[in-house]
Design a protein around this ligand. Structure first.
Ligand code: SAM
Ligand code: DTB
Ligand code: SF4
Length: 343
């Protein structure tokens, strides 16, 4: 069969019909049931990937990936007991607690990230909840980073009334606050706060006009139905988050989840695909866990609709592929970095 004939056949093959649920999702008006999302997870892999790709291509250039760089501006010593986290003070993980970084240090890191090709810069702090004076200091950091022309993001824990507004006035574009798991699994992982606390902070962020970056972690011992439950919570936020980081658990010695069994990598890819289908216009970020993943699985994640990565050799306290490896991976796939978003 000639190449042209093959192409003709491909082009004339009927596109999979988006279900009514998927069509409503595209219009942003759907409430997803956990059953409907679990049904997506249960699809044969080729069918799931085809649906995810169809949605992805309707909303994005599938060859482009956003580069976001992370910086831990205040590391360790956190009072919370998140079972996955190397920064919780109560676990002996070797992470040393530090004070909030000075603006000059953050500026230098943001300049390096920008020179390496990042378009978004995310500052993370290991706080349960920042105090008013912390927010003032982070607002200074936001102004510093924003002045470079980078998109700004911060993840500082639970916010009180007025905090999100102060950050918004300083130029904060996104606030990262993850739901992390399904509601019925949350208490197995974290006991020092509850799901409603997370939802309350997300509501404050939204009402301050800051865009929402909200996702979760898979591979913590949850069931497939619980992965569907997490995606349902994210997709049913109104509106759903602009950015959705999907983290694969990084197992850190000293944390309660250090010896958790590996998740089947295809299940991780499925989670990306389901996030793409249910949140069609979101940036779905292939987040923690890339260093352990291998190039093949990462490529599948891009095919499943991931279009953002954390870029730089460190996440907050753990490793990430180095920048050269990421640039090379995209080159090998004939893909490239997204230009900064126009606003
Ligand atoms: N303290 C703030 C909070 O919890 O929202 C901000 C920083 S916290 C480290 C940000 C996110 O990092 C968590 O919500 C979780 O999704 C992710 N994370 C932390 N440790 C991780 C790990 N070992 N593997 C994968 N993701 C992790
Ligand atoms: C997110 O969802 N993942 C990032 C970012 N948001 C802040 C953090 C990943 C942390 C992985 C463990 C660490 O490096 O400490
Ligand atoms: Fe603290 Fe955030 Fe780590 Fe939980 S995930 S222990 S809140 S830094």
């Amino acid at each position: 069969m000639s190449h042209v004939a093959e192409q003709t056949i491909t082009l004339h093959r009927p596109r999979p019909q988006a279900s009514q649920t998927e069509q409503a999702a595209q219009a942003g008006e759907q409430r997803w049931s956990v059953d409907a999302i679990e049904a997506l997870f249960n699809l044969p892999f080729p069918e799931l990937m085809h649906r995810a790709q169809t949605v992805h291509r309707e909303n994005f250039d599938p060859t482009r990936v956003e580069f976001a760089t992370l910086l831990s501006v205040k590391t360790g010593g956190c009072a919370e007991d998140c079972g996955y986290c190397p920064q919780a003070a109560r676990y002996d993980t070797g992470v040393e607690a530090s004070k909030l970084m000075e603006p000059a240090e953050v500026l230098a890191a943001a300049q390096r990230a920008q020179a390496a090709g990042a378009t978004r810069f995310c500052m993370g702090a290991a706080w349960r909840s920042p105090k008013d004076r912390d927010i003032e200091k982070v607002a200074d950091l936001v102004r510093t980073v924003k002045a470079l022309g980078l998109e700004t993001c911060a993840t500082l824990g639970m916010l009180e009334d007025g905090h999100a507004q102060t950050l918004q006035s300083a130029g904060l574009d996104y606030y990262n606050h993850n739901l992390d798991s399904a509601p019925d699994f949350y208490g197995d992982i974290i006991t020092t706060r509850d799901y409603q606390d997370r939802l309350d902070t997300l509501a404050r962020v939204r009402s301050a006009g800051v865009k929402v970056c909200c996702g979760g972690i898979v591979g913590m011992g949850e069931t497939r139905r619980q992965r569907a439950g997490l995606v349902a919570e994210l997709a049913n936020l109104t509106p759903y988050p602009e950015s959705v980081p999907i983290n694969n658990l990084v197992k850190v010695e000293g944390t309660p989840l250090a010896n958790q069994a590996d998740l089947d990598p295809f299940e991780f890819v499925r989670t990306i695909a389901v996030a793409r289908i249910t949140m069609p216009t979101a940036r779905v970020r292939l987040s923690a866990g890339r260093q352990q993943m291998g190039d093949g699985v990462q490529a599948l994640c891009f095919l499943a609709g991931a279009n953002s990565i954390f870029y730089g050799d460190k996440l907050l306290t753990t490793g990430n592929p180095d920048t050269e490896a990421d640039v090379k991976l995209l080159e090998r796939l004939g893909m490239s970095r997204s230009a900064p978003e126009v606003r």
